[in-house]
Every structure is written in C-alpha cells, then in structure tokens.
Design a binder for this molecule. Structure first.
Ligand SMILES: [Zn+2]
Ligand SMILES: [Zn+2]
Length: 333
C-alpha cells in the first residue's frame, strides 16, 4: 500500500508540474501584457500630440501668410525672400506651441519647418516639416507635406502686388474691400511711357484673393451677354495663369515668375465715352510687367464692352491671348 501510494504521489507530482509551468507562463504573460499596455498608452499619447501639431501647421501657416500680406498692404514694402520669411515666422509659432505642450503635458514636442514654397496649385502654398514627439522611452517622428489653401475669400489674404507697385505713385486705398487706384495706376503706367494710361484713372481691382468659380474659363465670354464676365469682375475673382505671379512672388513685388501663378482683371472705371478702342491689357500681370524699363512688357488690348447701363460703358481691354482664354471674340487689327 505504501509503495503504491508513493507511486501515486509521484504521478500526482508529474501532473502538477505542467500546471505550475502554465501558471508561471500566465504570470509572465500578465506582466509582459501590463508593460506593453503601458507602452501603447504612451505611444497613443505621442501619436495624438503629433496629430495635433500636424493639424495646427496649416492653421498657423495661413495666419503667417495673412500677416506677411497685411504687412505689405500697410507699408508698400516688398518682403525680401518671402519663402524664408514665412518659414521663419511659422517656425517661431510652432516653437511656442511646443513649449506650451511641454508645460501642460510633459511631452517633448519638436516641429521643424523644412521649407515653404509655391504648390502646383497656385492657390496653395506648400509646407514641408518634421514632427517629433517624445515621452520617456517612446519616440514618434514623422515627415509631413501639407498645402495651405488661399483660394477662399474667408482666408482674407490681400493681394500684395498693387500696394508695392503703386507705393511711389500715390498709393492705393482699400477701405471698401476693393482696391481703389485713384490716379496712382495711370501715374505708374505714365512713368513707364505706356500709352493710353488714362484709361486706368480710378480703376479698381479685388483686394482679397479668391479663386474664380467660372471654370472652364471660356464661360466668361460664352455666357449670355457676358454675364459670367460681369459677375466675375463684380466679385473680383482670380484665375490660374502661367504668366501671372504666384502668391509668394507677389509678396516680393514680382508681377511675373516662373511658377504657375494667377491673374486678376484690373477694372477700368466705367466711362460715358465709349469710343476708346485700345489701352493697356487689363490683366494685372500685363499692367505690372515692368521688367523692361521701356514699358514694352505692358502690351495693349482691344476694348470689349461687357456691360452698358444706358449711360456708362463698362469695358475691359484684352489681347487675343486673354480673349481666347476667357472665351471672348478675338480681333484681327
Ligand atoms: Zn472669372
Ligand atoms: Zn512665383
């Protein structure tokens, strides 16, 4: 009996061994599980922080673009190296953000703006950056490429170019949400020996950049009674253009650049006299093309009357290139 009992005891022991092993394994798993849950929690926190910073870049970026443009509106002075200026101002804002983050959460956040440039869509500005978030031994790092949109009127980004070009010719006013040239544009053109400059006495232009919704553009001219063109001019829209300067180059006072940019019409004041046939082409990049000192960059356009209210003639002056682009009839003389 004793011997049998001993054997049974041995067997029981053997049976218990796997159970002990299992418990040991479970205990270890529980331990490991606890540790990885903690790691996941930390990496979640860093991911959230990175996401937060990422979403903030275009918001801060848009404010920087507005500040730069408003600075030009105030002073008429061009921004020297606008890409660098925007990058520096945005970096300053993101550094402040990182400091706030560290103070409130203990997370070490670093956002480095690598560069700022014109995007392939001229109504966007491209920002490249890296975001790094650290907590204890968990580190999250990502490279981000974002485009800031300036196409909506809500962005309230003024077109800086007229303020730079007309600064030394009497300047422009803008308290009505439009640019009122008074005599400054005619003076600017006269100073460059451009003929029929008087056509732009009291001309107006849009203040804030907003993308024209009449796309494809030929609808401006093919719509009944040029109604789309009239609406476009009244609303002050901007159009994509390979000849017009991009926003960042406009900040530097350039009317043309090698980037894909945009253009807007400068609207001559309505006139009682409907006989004027030729005047400088009403596209802003033609009016402001002062790269040649003899004024030849500003070529002429032929009058197109898009509206007559019974008293005043509403006209634009356009060359055939711009007429084709906007669906308007071309001329041969
Ligand atoms: Zn338009
Ligand atoms: Zn450009």
């Amino acid at each position: 009996m004793d011997r049998k009992g001993y054997v049974m005891g041995g067997l029981s022991f053997l049976l218990v061994v796997p159970a002990i092993l299992l418990v040991a394994v479970f205990m270890d798993m529980a331990h490991v599980g606890g540790e990885s849950a903690d790691t996941i929690l930390k990496s979640d926190t860093t991911l959230y922080a990175a996401k937060d910073i990422e979403e903030d870049i275009p918001v801060q970026g848009l404010e920087v673009l507005r500040e730069e443009a408003e600075g030009v509106v105030k002073t008429g002075a061009p921004v020297v190296n606008s890409r660098q200026a925007v990058e520096t101002a945005l970096q300053k804002r993101m550094d402040l953000k990182a400091e706030e983050y560290y103070n409130s959460t203990g997370l070490r956040v670093n956002c480095t703006i690598i560069n700022v440039n014109t995007a392939s869509d001229p109504f966007e500005v491209e920002v490249n950056s890296t975001i790094c978030v650290e907590k204890d031994n968990v580190k999250h790092r990502e490279t981000v490429n974002q485009n800031i949109s300036i196409k909506d009127a809500d962005s309230r980004i003024p077109d800086p170019l007229p303020f730079i070009k007309c600064k030394s010719h009497g300047g422009v006013t803008n308290n009505t949400g439009r640019i009122l040239y008074g005599s400054s544009l005619a003076k600017y053109l006269n100073a460059r020996n451009v003929s029929n400059a008087t056509a732009y006495e009291n001309a107006t232009a849009p203040l804030f950049i907003k993308k024209c919704p009449y796309d494809p553009y030929d609808y401006h001219g093919t719509s009944q009674n040029y109604i789309a063109l009239k609406n476009c001019l009244e609303n002050g829209y901007f159009h994509e253009s390979s000849d017009g300067a991009c926003f960042l180059c406009r900040l530097e006072g350039k009317s043309t650049c090698y980037h894909y940019g945009f253009e807007t019409f400068i609207k001559p004041a309505p006139s009682l006299d409907g006989t004027l046939t030729f005047a400088p082409c009403s596209s802003d990049h033609v009016i402001y093309n002062d790269t040649d000192p003899d004024g030849s960059g500003t070529y002429r356009g032929k009058a197109i009357e898009y509206y007559f209210d019974g008293v005043n003639h509403f006209k634009l002056f356009l060359d055939n290139g711009h007429r084709s682009k906007y669906g308007l009839p071309t001329f041969s003389d």
